[in-house]
Design a protein. Structure first.
Lengths: 201, 697
């Protein structure tokens, strides 16, 4: 088996621990990667076929297009314990759906600010473009992001009992307001169903 | 545990019974991942998620493997299947078919990739096994929310559009037309024929290119099933497989097709000479009214409007005066035609690498440095010199000729790839120089690549003919002499890598075997037809090995050099292969489309129209009467951008619904990096609310 990719160095091997401090098991982050069915998912397939190695910390989800990425997905991943999220898509100008990755980019930039406002380090949400032919590039980028997140350490949010608050979906937010779990009551004609923002308040 | 949660939208009818199948793939998966442990873990830890049975098997894609699934569906009343094996792009169809065979809706089967995304890319067995569990848990959570889907059926229009009239396009066109179906062949230039029409000989058989090509051109031009549209370009493509609507601009020829007999008197009488940059590669002249070459198909010439004296000054009309049938029509206008086709074959070919980019080779400054295409015209008996190989002065025969391989190819500064045809083309040039002149021939190569039927034999033959082969990529070609014998010559400075020495070769003529590049407008073409192309600009095939003429866009096929450098036999084969694929579609008469589509839940739509501008396929429209947005399912390509954009969650996307993706995220994070149950961090909702209060206050 051959590989041209610099695999991320074995964790903690070279990281000099403070003298006398017992070396804990090195931190291994869990990263969620959103991939586009047409480019980055195929790049991941190609990396596999070519046996290009990268760290096992990433877990990929296939979407049809980076434009499908609902920001809720990213928040959900952080809420469920992901240490970082990687969003991948076709290079600008190469989108399978013509230009939807540009729309994803717009959303990404807004989301990145939101994430920062929530106190999450910017390095935990990264956007990478990779075409279907760029298996090696994708593998390199995964290795890079993994290293960066390993350096950041775990996403340290206070642990508490969060029954009923763990799902950041809009449905659960609706229920959190005491709404009927079956869904909102029938609305008067013309009223819009603004479940998200209003329900939270 | 939150899989029992609130957003599940689980089907009301009955309990969910999931079968999990973990494939060994021989040792491809089992060599790294402890598949037995993964299956055991799934049966135990995912029982609450509805996993009834979890098995591991050596080759799930084999018949006995598929039978495991079908039998379990029947015997254990399974209603969901998750297979952990290779990429869904490889075997999703296989397992969905097996599921359907047992009477279950195929979309209730999911394939999760633990080979391409896990065992093949990781070496740490424990970590890979943990990751496999996570991937599997993600698949299980996801499939709980899968809904039975029915493919969308569309009729296939039996007409086909072929774009590009080179040898690949012609070969596709003729196959389809011979099979009895309508073909529209659209070509940008005034004649079909492509690059092959410019060549003198073809390697390795030394067939006369025109002799073997022109009969096919005539066939394509006269076939009753072919509608030939030259001097035309595709402007817009709408619709989807089976039902494309294509807009073609037929540029004004200023010559009436129906009346013109192709006698050529107009070209004789036209007083305006223009350097022919396209067909003659800048070596010869044509008139302002012209057919690019004598055997052009169609024979009808075109008037080159920017160069025509009449269009420039308002007088002349020499062509009109001499045309016996009155075919000249200066008032002709561009026609915009709309075609209805079921499939499209792109055979738009290549551009030659611009040798000016390699200034060290002096092309453009040193007159006797030629490109490969220029030499093709020079050696062609129908070319500007009637086949005499001469220097740029038009009379002097060269006494020594250097042929430089890999110009712009296998070069980090330009193109990394090998252009595939240059070695053989350079050998052909050596033979033609040898045939036409007494010159000494030098070939400067990096590596000789002569794989192909009869190709290496041809190489041997050229060596026997006395060609001198120097292994090394020339550093510079200049006219600066250092010794008396170099005076007036072009000097090749090269490191001969076989003897490890710098050498200088004074020659009279240099031929640069320039590489092939994607068309300058390749990316626009890809966007227009909705296909993807690589960073270089070559079209990307559905699979480079197993599906080389299909693209990831249903109904759009590629043939010839549009997807990468190819020689003539490969281009012909691809043209025929693309035609065969299209014929398969036509014979089916109807096609099933993936039911991955967006749809609007009207009760939830607030009519805000945020989604309206997002669809590149114009599938979204606004129903003024109802005050809600609607999506045309046939036009929707399923990208899901509108689904993500809807602030009211009124748009759902089948196959990739919010519920499915959110559940998959949950599942993927069920297992930590070390395989233990995952640490859950907490979304700081309380703090978040506090902040909001503060802001509001």
């Amino acid at each position: 088996m051959s590989t041209q990719v610099p695999v991320a160095p074995a964790p903690a091997e070279g990281a000099a621990p403070a003298a006398g401090v017992a070396q804990a098991t090195p931190f291994e982050p869990v990263i969620i990667g959103f991939t586009c069915n047409w480019c980055s998912y195929r790049a991941a397939d190609l990396a596999g076929t070519a046996r290009t190695k990268y760290p096992p910390n990433i877990r990929l989800i296939r979407l049809m297009c980076s434009g499908r990425l609902d920001p809720t997905f990213v928040l959900k991943a952080f809420a469920e314990g992901a240490d970082a999220v990687m969003v991948t898509g076709c290079h600008p100008g190469e989108c399978h759906y013509i230009e939807q990755n540009i729309k994803a980019l717009r959303r990404f930039r807004l989301l990145a600010r939101t994430i920062a406002a929530l106190g999450i380090e910017p390095g935990r949400l990264q956007l990478v473009w990779a075409s279907a032919a760029e298996g090696v590039r994708l593998a390199n980028e995964i290795a890079r992001v993994t290293e960066e997140v390993r350096a950041l350490g775990p996403l340290n949010w206070p642990t508490r009992d969060h029954t009923g608050l763990d799902d950041v979906t809009l449905d659960s937010a609706w229920e959190a307001t005491g709404g009927d779990p079956a869904g909102p009551p029938p609305e008067p004609a013309g009223a819009s169903r603004k479940r998200g923002a209003e329900a939270k308040r | 545990m939150s899989g029992n949660g609130k957003h599940n939208h689980l089907p009301a009818e009955g309990e969910i019974r999931i079968g999990v199948y973990v494939c060994h793939c021989g040792s491809n998966i089992a060599g790294i991942i402890d598949v037995v442990e993964v299956a055991r873990w799934a049966a135990e830890s995912l029982r609450d998620q509805g996993v009834v049975i979890a098995r591991d098997y050596r080759f799930m894609c084999s018949s006995p493997g598929q039978e495991l699934i079908t039998d379990d569906i029947k015997n254990l009343r399974l209603n969901r299947i998750v297979v952990a094996a290779c990429s869904p792009h490889l075997h999703e169809k296989t397992f969905r078919a097996a599921t359907a065979k047992a009477g279950l809706n195929p979309y209730l089967c999911e394939l999760v990739s633990i080979r391409e995304q896990d065992s093949w890319v990781h070496t740490d067995k424990a970590a890979a096994t943990a990751k496999a569990k996570a991937i599997l848990a993600g698949g299980v959570e996801r499939i709980r929310r899968n809904e039975p889907l029915v493919p969308v059926t569309v009729d296939v229009n039996p007409a086909t559009l072929v774009v590009g009239g080179g040898i690949a396009g012609i070969s596709a066109t003729l196959e389809l037309a011979e099979a009895g179906f309508k073909v529209y062949l659209v070509e940008r230039e005034p004649s079909i024929g492509g690059h092959m029409a410019q060549f003198d000989k073809t390697f390795p058989t030394l067939d006369c290119a025109a002799c073997i090509l022109t009969p096919k051109m005539v066939d394509a031009g006269t076939h009753p099933n072919v509608e030939l549209m030259t001097w035309s370009e595709v402007e817009k493509v709408e619709g989807y497989v089976g039902n494309f609507t294509v807009t073609v601009r037929k540029k004004a020829r200023y010559v009436n097709d129906d009346l013109c007999t192709g006698c050529g008197v107009c070209q004789e009488k036209c007083p305006k000479k223009v350097i022919d940059e396209v067909f003659e590669a800048g070596l010869g002249y044509r008139k302002a009214i012209y057919t690019p070459f004598d055997q052009a198909v169609p024979r009808t010439p075109v008037i080159d409007r920017p160069n025509c004296i009449y269009f420039e000054k308002g007088t002349c009309k020499a062509c009109e005066k001499f045309c016996e049938v009155g075919a000249i029509d200066f008032n002709q206008e561009d026609q915009v035609l709309t075609l209805q086709v079921g499939n499209i074959i792109l055979a738009t070919g290549y551009d030659l690498f611009d040798a000016r980019k390699m200034q060290q080779y002096g092309y453009g400054n040193l007159p006797n440095v030629f490109t490969s295409l220029e030499f093709e015209r020079l050696s062609n008996s129908a070319g500007p010199t009637n086949g005499h190989v001469v220097l740029r002065d038009g009379v002097t025969e060269p006494r020594s000729v250097a042929i430089v391989h890999c110009v712009g190819s296998r070069d980090r500064n330009h193109n990394n790839y090998c252009s595939a045809i240059c070695c053989m083309q350079s050998l052909k040039f050596a033979h033609l120089v040898h045939e036409h002149t007494e010159a000494t021939i030098y070939e400067f190569y990096i590596d000789m690549r002569t794989a192909g039927k009869g190709y290496d034999e041809f190489y041997q033959r050229i060596m026997e003919e006395g060609g001198i082969f120097v292994r090394g990529k020339p550093a510079e070609i200049s006219d600066v002499a250092r010794t008396p014998e170099e005076e007036g010559k072009l000097i090749i400075q090269v490191e001969d890598t076989l003897i490890g020495e710098q050498r200088r070769f004074p020659v009279d003529m240099v031929i640069l075997s320039a590489g092939l590049e994607p068309r300058a407008d390749a990316k626009e073409l890809a966007t227009r037809f909705g296909i993807s192309c690589s960073f270089d600009g070559w079209a990307i095939e559905k699979h480079p090995k197993l599906d080389p003429v299909a693209t990831m866009t249903e109904g759009v096929f590629v043939a010839g050099c549009v997807s990468g450098p190819k020689d003539i036999p490969a281009s012909v084969a691809q043209g025929a292969a693309a035609a065969a694929r299209v014929l398969g579609r036509i014979q089916q008469k109807v096609m099933n489309l993936e039911p991955i589509k967006a749809s609007v839940i009207e009760e939830f739509c607030s009519g805000c129209r945020i989604c309206n501008g997002l669809c590149p396929y114009n599938a979204i429209s606004f129903d003024e009467a109802k005050g809600v947005t609607t999506i045309n399912a046939a036009m929707c390509q399923g990208c899901g951008t509108c689904v993500a954009a809807c602030p009211s969650h009124a748009i759902t996307g089948t196959g990739f619904s919010d519920e499915q993706v959110l559940a998959q995220i949950e599942g993927l994070l069920r297992v930590g990096a070390d395989g233990t149950p995952a640490r859950r961090s907490v979304f700081p909702v309380a703090q978040h609310e506090g902040t909001e209060e503060a802001v509001r206050a």
